[in-house]
Design a protein around this ligand. Structure first.
Ligand SMILES: [Zn+2]
Length: 259
């Protein structure tokens, strides 16, 4: 059983240990001052496969199952994907929020609304620098919905085989629901059209609210054509911590498994 520990330094130590076992390293990708103390952001690059995948988590500090689920995935599963993928991973984009268990970053704002304005957030600046000039086939962003007891996904598709991708997403959600975890069946999620727990870009009406949220990391990467497909997982913050961590880890395996 994992505990929901808010100590960023000890989480980072766990990442370092897990990566060292695999011969990989957690790199300091940037540093900024917060209340006169330095705060480090970390990332890693692993694998030598042809498909480039970016995984980020912990952009919203209170959504804690992401960083822990990703750690569990690295500990027990990532090794089997290293021949097929090259991973860029940032486990916690928002260390300040992580330690306070709150949504906002060092500037007191939602970092996931500032990706088109890097000067407003050191976390955005550092993340964008780390990703500079890189392109990815797949971007996975791990989130939670603190007010929800249901799982859902944001999916942009890759424009080539969206029907297959959506069927895959549905398969994942049905696997999760068999475990007794509810799927969000609302027709709209925060104003965006949703079907069977998937908020898909193709379901939205261009120009209508909910079509896209400006300034998210996914929006930034998609509109700058740095990623082909972006998928965001939202696990329910209202269910037990270990079940959420397991959904996060299983999701990564499900999406990356050979088809
Ligand atoms: Zn979030």
């Amino acid at each position: 059983m994992l505990t929901d520990d808010k100590n960023y330094t000890s989480l980072i130590s766990s990442y370092k240990e897990a990566l060292a076992v695999l011969g990989a390293e957690l790199l300091e990708i940037g540093c900024f001052d917060y209340q006169k103390a330095p705060v480090q952001l970390y990332g890693t690059i692993m694998g030598n496969g042809p498909t480039k995948v970016l995984i980020t988590s912990g952009i919203h500090g209170e959504e804690r199952a992401g960083p822990y689920g990703l750690l569990e995935f690295i500990k027990s599963d990532i090794q089997k994907y290293l021949d097929r993928f090259t991973f860029h991973i940032i486990p916690v984009i928002n260390p300040i929020g992580f330690e306070k268990s709150e949504r906002f970053g060092s500037s007191g704002m939602d970092i996931n609304r500032l990706f088109d304005m890097p000067q407003t957030s050191p976390e955005v600046k550092i993340t964008r620098n780390f990703l500079h000039h890189l392109q990815f086939q797949l971007f996975i962003d791990l989130h939670e919905d603190s007010d929800s007891d249901h799982v859902y996904l944001y999916e942009s598709g890759d424009g080539l085989n969206d029907d297959l991708i959506l069927a895959e997403d549905l398969n994942f959600l049905s696997l999760i629901s068999k475990r007794g975890i509810g799927i969000n069946q609302e027709p709209f999620i925060y104003g965006a059209v949703s079907r069977n727990g998937i908020v898909y870009k193709g379901y939205q009406t261009p120009g209508k609210s909910g079509e896209q949220i400006d300034g998210t990391i996914a929006d930034y990467l998609l509109t700058s054509k740095r990623v082909i497909r972006a998928i965001t997982l939202e696990t329910p913050g209202k269910i037990e911590f270990n079940s959420r961590v397991r959904v996060q880890k299983d999701f990564l395996n499900f999406i990356l498994a050979p088809k």
